[in-house]
Design a protein around this ligand. Sequence first.
Ligand code: PEP
Ligand code: MN
Length: 426
Amino acid sequence: MTGQAPVTPRPGTTRPAPLPVRLRSAVEDALGRPAAQQPPWRDATAVRRVRAVLERVEEVVRVEEVDRLRARLAAVADGAAFLLQGGDCAETFAAATERHIAGTVGTLSHMAATLTSGGGLPVVTVGRIAGQYAKPRSAARDAQGLPSYRGDIVNAPDASPEARVPDPDRMLRAYVNSSATMAVVRALTATAPHGPGGPHLPDGGFYTSHEALLLDYERALLRAVGDAGDGPALYDLSAHFLWIGERTRQPDGAHIALAGLLANPIGLKLGPTATPEQAIEYVERLDPHHEPGRLTLISRMGSARVREVLPPIVEKVSASGHPVIWQCDPMHGNTERCGGFKTRHFDRIADEVRGFFAVHRALGTHPGGLHLELTGGDVTECLGGAQRLSGADLCHRYETACDPRLNGAQARELAGLVAELVRGAA
Ligand code: PEP
Ligand code: MN
């Protein structure tokens, strides 16, 4: 499962057709715009060779699945369902094991069951899984002065200059690992009767997502499918759901432009500097047809800012009539340092979620979802929770390749608390 298998193009008969001219030129126009956070590849020919392979492989996900998710997300936008999304900050090739995948899927399934029974709404479950391999970095160099680790799809985390050289062949390993992970996810979440310990997915659906960050990878997984009226629609079949991160949401940049072309449902992270005017520009670019659930606005303001920064954004977007999903990421605005570790405190995470619900309850909008970094494992990366993890505990099992994740117990505890908020009892 660690990506050593050869990547074989599909037989000629089923090989995907090249994109039709209209879509190809739209994609080229989008990708011709300034793109933040792309690796400084050394060998452009090698990148093109890898892309040519990935343009012909079996896709990681299926169009029918993406369309089913679109229908489910329309219900979330209508206030009739809740969106639970979570998984590793950064997946790694080494951790693409059945045990790790089952831990993430099992934790999300347990949380979905809690939210459904306690919250009284059906839950749409989406993993940060089967492709979450690319990371944006706030600095090009790390504390030791080495080029930053940008996720396993680009370079290796080891502390040496050689490990940090961006290697285009890693995109092939990321594809193989994503497909292998997807196969495990399918086996674990098949709608056939579950064994006693199997994941219980109340609405029967489990979908995948990752940040659409590495454009050389995402563009190679684009496929033209069906007929959207004026020709085929463009799907990115690297995942069901793709989101644009806080560091790559430049309104005139390549990431926003590419996302605007996709038929997949799209997420957009909004940090504490986001303004109502920017939010309007995004909804117009990313949801021109006012499609319910097409766009998920993922606020990650921090517990101290959410009650102040989010309301004017929600008011302005609601007045525009765009039927977006409002989702809360209570992780990324609450990162702190403790004894050399990057961490987050359970209480601040819970408080941002409470603030998010309070804002939406006051405005009469639907607090539609939760976006978390979590693992099924018993890691010690976030502080607090029922186990009362302290700064001194962090060194015991701090295993993340990037940001600190809730462990299985903390994630389930948070689900219990959020279920009460969904029901309106807290
Ligand atoms: C992430 O989701 O891991 C991430 C980098 O988030 P953000 O873009 O919100 O900082
Ligand atoms: Mn993260």
